[in-house]
Ligand binder design. Structure first.
Ligand SMILES: [Fe+2]
Length: 305
């Protein structure tokens, strides 16, 4: 059951133009748009599908308003897809629609699976000065006016009332590996077996009665400079920072999160830990959430007391 990672987000939105504007500034390329939706992609073909809230093709969500309506996961082969459909049909509804397996996790978050459509891509590196080691950028300023495009989708995050319980579905039924967790059942990180990012999925316990729902998603950019330049661009365009910029202790990724017109947040990320089955999972204090920023029920970021 080789799940290669998350590769599309199907978002239900009420303001298509505002959502398109955000995604373009964020760094995704628009493939097409019409009266009922739009499609965006990163360099590897992973991306975002926008649909109007009342689109009958959208699965239900646990919250009202703009939000993620389904996350689409890639798998390595048709045999993997068949195996997932057979496994999930044991205890839940499974539909096949145009070669896509549609089902849901234990919290009612819609999960779609398809044979991966990601593609290899070429992208440049960055000139970097490391004191005492190397000078690659000389008589040359960093460009804060432009940032590189989103390169590939990294992870999706859900609010979850019992992360340790809910992650069992992903681990035991879909072969995910738990890579780290927070104490007191505040959150569990996991990666799909065919994905080497520290986390493809994070289930995070809210501080209030937020139902299971989309929290944020991340696309991976070239490096920290892209994160900062992209963040400055969104900030100047008037989008509110939800968290950051900063660097996480778990996953090591640079981050900057912005509230979006699509519900939840989108994170610009870079330089995440790459791991395999030799990775040793740990349990950590709730680094950076307490005293930081979080979503309340109405999808507003609030300072926690
Ligand atoms: Fe993230």
């Amino acid at each position: 059951m080789n799940i290669t990672g998350p590769e599309s987000l199907i978002m239900g939105v009420d303001d298509l133009d505002a959502s398109r504007r955000f995604l373009g500034l964020y760094g995704l390329s628009e493939l097409d748009h019409g009266a009922a939706g739009a499609s965006f992609e990163a360099l590897d073909g992973s991306g975002v599908e926008l649909r109007l809230l009342d689109d009958p093709s959208l699965p239900a969500a646990n919250v009202r308003g703009p939000t993620l309506r389904a996350s689409v996961w890639g798998v390595g082969s048709q045999a993997d897809l068949d195996a997932i459909a057979e496994e999930l049909a044991r205890d839940r509804k499974v539909r096949w629609v145009d070669g896509v397996v549609q089902s849901a996790d234990d919290d009612g978050n819609a999960l779609y699976f398809r044979v991966s459509q990601r593609r290899p891509y070429q992208a440049g590196g960055f000139a970097c000065n490391v004191a005492g080691h190397k000078v690659e950028r000389f008589n040359s300023r960093v460009d804060f006016d432009n940032h590189g495009p989103a390169r590939q989708m990294g992870h999706v995050v859900y609010w979850c009332n019992d992360p340790k319980q809910s992650i069992q579905f992903y681990r035991d039924r879909l072969g995910f590996r738990i890579t780290d967790s927070f104490r007191d059942n505040m959150g569990v990180f996991a990666r799909s077996s065919g994905h080497s990012d520290h986390h493809s999925l994070f289930l995070m316990r809210p501080f209030d009665d937020t139902p299971p729902s989309f929290q944020h998603a991340e696309f991976t950019f070239g490096n920290v400079q892209d994160v900062f330049a992209g963040g400055y661009k969104l900030d100047k365009a008037g989008y509110a920072t939800a968290r950051g910029p900063g660097r996480f202790e778990l996953g090591s990724n640079w981050y900057w999160y912005f509230k979006t017109p699509m519900g939840g947040a989108f994170e610009l990320g870079a330089d995440m830990d790459q791991v395999d089955d030799d990775w040793v999972a740990g349990e950590f204090d709730n680094a950076g959430v307490t005293g930081g920023w979080y979503f309340d029920f109405n999808k507003q970021w609030s300072r926690q007391r």
